[in-house]
Design a protein around this ligand. Sequence first.
Ligand code: GDP
Ligand code: MG
Length: 689
Amino acid sequence: MDIAKIRNVAFVGHGGVGKTSLVEAILFACGASTRLGRVDDGTTITDFDPDEIKRKISLNTAVGFADHQGHRLNLIDTPGYGDFVADARAGLRVAGAAIVVVDAVAGVQVQTEKVWKFANDFALPRAIVVNRLDRERADFFRTLESLQKRLKGRLVPMHLPIGAENGFAGVVDLIAMRALVLADGKIKEAEIPADLVESARSYREKLTEAAAETDDDLLAKYLEEGSIGEPEMLAALRKAIMSGDLVPILASSATRGIGIGPLLDLIVKEFPSPADAPEVEGTEPRTKAAAKRAADPKAPLSAVVFKTISDPHVGKLSVFRVYSGTLRSDSQVFNAARDSRERIGHLGWLSGKTQKPVESLGPGEIGVVAKLKDTLTGDTLSDEAHPVVLPGISFPEPAISFAIQPKTRGDEDKISIALHRMAEEDPTLHHHYDPETKQLLVSGMGQLHVEVVVERMKRKYNVDVSLLPPRIPYRETVKGRAEVQGKYKKQTGGRGQYGDTWIRVEPLTRGGGFEFVDDIFGGAIPRNFIPSVEKGVRDCMKRGILAGYPVVDLKVTLYDGSYHDVDSSDMAFQIAASMGLQKGFMEAKPCLLEPVMNVEVTAPSEGAGDVIGDLNGRRGRIVGMEPDGDVVAVRAQVPMSEMLTYESSLRSMTGGRGGYSMEFSHYEEVPNQLAEKVVAAHRAEKDKH
Ligand SMILES: Nc1nc2c(ncn2[C@@H]2O[C@H](COP(=O)(O)OP(=O)(O)O)[C@@H](O)[C@H]2O)c(=O)[nH]1
Ligand SMILES: [Mg+2]
């Protein structure tokens, strides 16, 4: 395949703006599909997953390919809903350009801003498509204003809409200065409608001006002569779009098929091919030296996996983009970061869930391969003789955790296999078993994300689970001192039991753990029973005394006791020590400790006051605040128990524009009133059993 004729384009934007519908319309227009699918019918090529069909939203990045005027278009359709938008980053990572889709009613939305930043991270050239122009209250010019105000860059219309709302019938192409109008179900070229001629001229002028502005010589000429020639203008425009200096704005209705042809023209004529991109830079894994790879089919291989699909029947599929060299079917490649040789079986081009077999894939191409054993999303495949690791793909840390419980006893193994597989295809899904709370915790980007995981687990792996809020891992400790006797004596028939201990219970500093001191003199307790005492104390601490949580930061000194020649035993001393500790603990001002989290919230600046007030209400302590443009990052320490419902509160406080992450910081004493509730809950639980 001719590298110069490949276009890898990612469609990104807020959820529900029509990305999937646009990709569908393009695939259909190019003849890559024989019928135009609809998101609402669950028949599109790129929303093929049953969960996507059920919810009518994209959850995964998917790829479709089409051939147009001798060009190969790889269209990367990405999700736009908050919980899933991280996958859009993966799609952008391998794209050569981005189409940022916005809704003509809603304008710039939360995720529009997010994907815009993602596209900045990869310095991608891009265009904006104002879609759904046929809807009621759709307004191209209001949307234009919202775009120019909220997104940074030189944003200029390349199209104007003809008609509005239900009367939206076509577009004026400001480059060719022609109209493309829908008539009898077909797009036809026409004269620019009389009432639009003036504004078309003025917007073409703006486009020319913007193009000239990106080139000093051209600008000088433009200012001097008042105009520039068409070929110069087109060349400057292309250069400016390719460099990202200028972002053209187009108009469309994906479902009516308006604006699709010009969008295709833009992709083919103005967007870069993989040959236009600079050499990719990575590292040589052994020497850690910088290594470059050119988009040359004869260069050593480098390819980046940007999506992993895991299916219980088909196995694992890895979707990748080749950067250099040629990947062939039935070959072996090297995953240097994991030090693993991978066998390449059959290669394919990917169109939604369908594969088209292909012998080899060259630079710039996107393809799929089955059954790589160690390779995960973000990994580089290379040639073992010339290994290289290209930059991976970063995914955000999970924001929310749930405990997961099987509905059927004995399903634990199936759950852990399912979670393992699902985490392979979804880098934002994390899980771990907490031995203390005895809960399996599943963490994700939000509630919807975790709910989708649960459904997928049922459908694909046939395990039914319920979600519970995670149990808070409280701790118990003391604030005071006590000296007590723990004595166990039993004499009923046969051999009796006798153990007698005197212990001192004291607090250690926070994080001090446990210290056992043997302070026995003169053989009050024989040496061989001292470890029994320590074991009795430790076991009791593990079980908890106040509310069933482990005891920490405690010093126990064994300083006296007595024994019986016949009746004393290991067991008797363990029991005596445990009885002593329970008594001493309760006398030494016991208290509960709770985990406190480091929380970082990002919110629009105008919402910062609400966010801080709310964190204070959650017993939080604000430790810092950093403005960053229109958003502000608030750092705080908040008890974990107050953060269980944070996601939905933050969403409603910030209109969905806020985000947060958290991690464990330290333990702190629980205020009295709350501690009483935890203790009471423990008693109630115990009484039930
Ligand atoms: N009226 C109208 N509806 C559209 C248009 N494009 C998409 N839709 C509808 O908007 C909804 C979301 O579209 P979808 O392609 O899934 O958006 P995505 O989330 O950005 O991929 C679906 O119900 C589509 O049928 C359009 O141009 N006009
Ligand atoms: Mg979609």
